[in-house]
Design a protein around this ligand. Structure first.
Ligand SMILES: NC(=O)c1ccc[n+]([C@@H]2O[C@H](COP(=O)([O-])OP(=O)(O)OC[C@H]3O[C@@H](n4cnc5c(N)ncnc54)[C@H](OP(=O)(O)O)[C@@H]3O)[C@@H](O)[C@H]2O)c1
Length: 427
């Protein structure tokens, strides 16, 4: 039996879950892998808190974990950029294999960290950084490694998906759904990273780098969140046969990549339309396997610990001799992100109720070459003389749509900001 002595950096939601999972499944893991897992040292900020490990193993001294001769593998579940980056660098320097769940760090400094690891012939596991318990990193980098992946679309932020599911099923407002998500532990006290789309964008960056072999640190792409979504739009989407979701899209266009994270209307029959609550799902298209879908819990203590544990085992089994790491640093320079792509759109214009208002809006859109497949006007019972015009626009370039919406917003009949949402109809 080979002993694996773990140096754990952080013992919060994920670190605590890992200790619990190792305690629960140590025997199963030993039977299946021949590895005997031991949580040797645990770095925390506050040594007085109750932890699911013996107090004697807890320290506030980073060197006591990073440079300890009796630690074989360092697991970083602190989060954030610093000191997590510094600690990973020190572990790599000390020639220890590392596992991290830190998508923010990998999205910001991944290329640098992986290059350093390759130089030092050290392996890095990062399965838990994207979609918690779903083994999507391993699926792309091992199971599907013989495929050219042409596209991926995913629901990768459980907080957004939970909020949009509650708004749709309970007919509640964004604020009420967010408060419920926070109460149930699906959203942070400061939920900005999630609801403004940045967490999903970090995960898309990691998935796209793996799937398309491109280095994307500091490559900007369009990111929108769900903060401004109103129950009115969720209802309208349902009436039109769509479900509103926050999605990430990555496509290999050859010379460029299409990368984006935004809310979108999915047709009711789309495979991702019925992924509910805090669940995540990623649909991939490979040239050999065709379409594959991976669905499961994208966050939480034990689901995320499951991914960390699988990395610990993978990295420990393969050891230092397989220094290619789980990630192959792409040799080619990054590819540009394509701009001004075409899409179908759902538009909602808050209006004052005057005769001919739909005609005025349709004319402004038509002047920019944008044709429409649906237009309807409804009045607001609570606000006499006001209402909404809702439009489904055929495929058009984003730049034309923006100009047309700008013109509509300057019409005197407009009573507020236009809502513009993409309609995503691809598989
Ligand atoms: N939570 C999830 O569902 C989930 C899912 C996927 C990925 N992740 C990723 O996993 C990582 C950890 O998330 P988490 O939810 O477990 O965070 P968390 O509950 O806030 O735990 C963070 C842990 O790190 C320790 N820590 C923080 N700063 C430290 C410092 N400067 N020195 C030493 N220890 C420090 C904290 O110590 P104290 O306990 O003493 O405060 C705590 O034990 C993040 O990168 C996150 O993005 C989380």
């Amino acid at each position: 039996m080979k002993k694996v002595r773990i140096g754990l950096l952080g013992c919060g939601v994920v670190g605590g879950g890992l200790c619990e999972l190792i305690r629960r499944n140590r025997g199963v893991v030993a039977d299946r892998t021949g590895l005997e897992l031991e949580v040797q040292r645990v770095l925390v900020r506050d040594p007085r808190k109750e932890r699911p490990v013996e107090r004697s193993r807890v320290t506030t001294d980073a060197a006591a974990v990073l440079e300890a001769p009796d630690v074989d593998i360092v697991v970083e579940v602190i989060g954030g950029l610093e000191p997590a980056r510094e600690y990973l660098a020190r572990a790599i320097e000390a020639k220890k294999n590392v596992v991290t769940a830190n998508k923010a760090l990998l999205a910001a400094r991944g290329a640098e960290i992986f290059r350093r690891a390759a130089d030092r012939r050290v392996r890095i596991g990062f399965e838990a950084s994207v979609c918690g318990g779903i083994p999507i990193i391993r699926a792309i980098s091992a199971g599907l490694v013989g495929n050219r992946i042409s596209a991926l679309v995913g629901i990768v932020n459980g907080t957004c998906n939970y909020i949009l599911t509650r708004m749709s099923e309970e007919k509640c407002t964004f604020a009420a759904a967010l408060a419920e998500a926070q109460k149930r532990g699906f959203a942070e006290a400061d939920p900005s990273l999630d609801i403004d789309g940045h967490d999903a964008a970090q995960k898309l960056q990691i998935l796209a780098e793996l799937a398309f072999g491109a280095e994307l640190d500091h490559v900007p792409f369009p990111v929108e969140g769900i903060r401004l979504i109103e129950d009115e739009d969720i209802r309208a989407a349902a009436e039109l046969g769509y479900v509103l979701k926050h999605i990430v899209v990555g496509k290999d266009l050859g010379d460029a990549l299409d990368l984006r994270a935004h809310p979108a209307l999915l047709p009711d029959v789309h495979p991702l339309a019925h992924v509910r609550n805090e669940f995540n799902s990623v649909l991939l298209r490979g040239d050999a396997v065709d379409e594959m879908i991976f669905t499961g819990k994208g966050a939480g203590s034990l689901p995320t610990a499951s991914a960390v544990l699988s990395d610990i085992i993978d990295v420990s089994r393969n050891g230092h001799d397989h220094a290619e790491a789980v990630w192959h640093v792409p040799a080619s320079p990054g590819r540009p992100v394509a701009a001004d792509l075409e899409s179908k759109y759902y538009l909602r214009f808050p209006i004052r109720d005057v005769p001919g208002v739909i005609g005025l809006i349709a004319t402004a859109l038509g002047n920019r070459g944008i044709s429409i497949s649906h237009a309807s006007a409804t009045l607001l019972p609570a606000r006499p003389g006001h209402g909404n015009v809702k439009i489904v626009a055929h495929r058009c370039a984003e730049s034309s749509l923006k100009k047309a919406v700008g013109e509509v917003e300057r019409l005197p009949v407009l009573a507020g900001r236009a809502v513009v949402l993409r309609i995503f109809e691809e598989g």
